[in-house]
Design a protein around this ligand. Structure first.
Ligand code: NAP
Length: 260
């Protein structure tokens, strides 16, 4: 299926690894030119080169912390008028809500709500002017189902972004600009492995045992493959997806036991 976005420009945040990288690669395979960001220069440059080599699209790598004003300014200077914006950043640490003070909350809100809010604000009017825009926020399955009790910071901040996006999506839809959330369940990325390592230390069980349990808990019996996530992101950015907006799409292997 040709997604009809060859030659478009995308800004994909936090994309040297994991779900951001998979989204960037899926877009590049459709002929979309990329600007990708991450803090670590070496892995970002390596990812940019890997994507260029495989797909032939232009990939601009902007090293920086996307959760800061400077990081966002650098990304937007490299890609001031994206047709596609994929919002992503690292998640806040887990913990007990009794231990979090105002600074912890401000950091989480900056990273997982306000960064995306300001990037949408900076890019959406250009999309409206060009009569095409696709915005995807990478959030979390936790926004739908609060199954992990230690993720209050992450879930609270991401729910704020989800609410904001729901409102703006309806304001910009008539201009062929869509805003959707992609809600990952457990995907096999470095982040997931780090979480499992933490759980292994806390429980005294091996990482492999903890991972085997987590796989078995899922209806599919496995973790998600980042490529599956990237493919969904690319579809939401397609011309064909113009009537899908204001949605929050769960990619969790059926873990959330919804009837409808
Ligand atoms: P990952 O494999 O650890 O990759 C994270 C990517 O984001 C890396 O490229 C990292 O590069 C970059 N990054 C992190 N913080 C950044 C920042 N402040 N500025 C710029 N780039 C930044 O993580 P992932 O699994 O893909 O997760 C992506 C998002 O989905 C996270 O918010 C995570 O909490 C959420 N999520 C993931 C899962 C899962 O199962 N994987 C489930 C639910 C939610 P640098 O470190 O070099 O900056």
């Amino acid at each position: 299926m040709d997604l009809g976005i060859a030659g478009r420009r995308a800004l994909v945040c936090a994309a040297s690894k994991g779900l951001g990288k998979a989204s960037a690669l899926a877009l590049a395979r459709e002929g979309v030119h990329l600007t990708i960001t991450a803090r670590g220069v070496d892995s970002l440059e390596a990812t940019a080169e890997e994507i260029r080599k495989e797909t032939g699209v232009s990939v601009t790598a902007v090293a920086g912390d996307i959760t800061t004003e400077e990081g966002r300014a650098a990304a937007l200077a490299a890609c001031p008028d994206p047709d596609i914006l994929v919002n992503n950043a690292g998640g806040p640490p887990p913990g007990n809500f009794r231990d979090w003070d105002r600074d912890d909350w401000i950091k989480a809100l900056d990273a997982n709500m306000l960064t995306a809010v300001f990037l949408i604000k900076a890019t959406v009017d250009g999309m409206i002017g060009r009569k095409f825009g696709r915005i995807v926020n990478i959030t979390s399955a936790q926004v739908k189902a609060a199954t992990i009790g230690t993720l209050g910071l992450s879930t609270g901040a991401r729910a704020g972004l989800t609410g904001f996006s729901a409102v703006v999506a309806r304001q910009v839809a008539k201009h062929n600009v869509t805003i959707n959330g992609l809600l990952p369940g457990p995907f096999d990325t470095d982040r997931l492995r780090a979480t499992m390592t933490g759980a292994s230390k806390a429980s005294g069980r091996s990482v492999e045992d903890v991972m085997a349990d987590r796989r078995a808990e899922n209806p599919t019996g496995r973790f998600g493959d980042p490529a599956e996530f990237g493919a969904m992101c690319a579809f939401l950015c397609s011309t064909q997806a113009g009537y899908i907006t204001g949605q929050n799409i769960l990619l969790d292997g059926g873990a959330f036991p919804a009837v409808v």
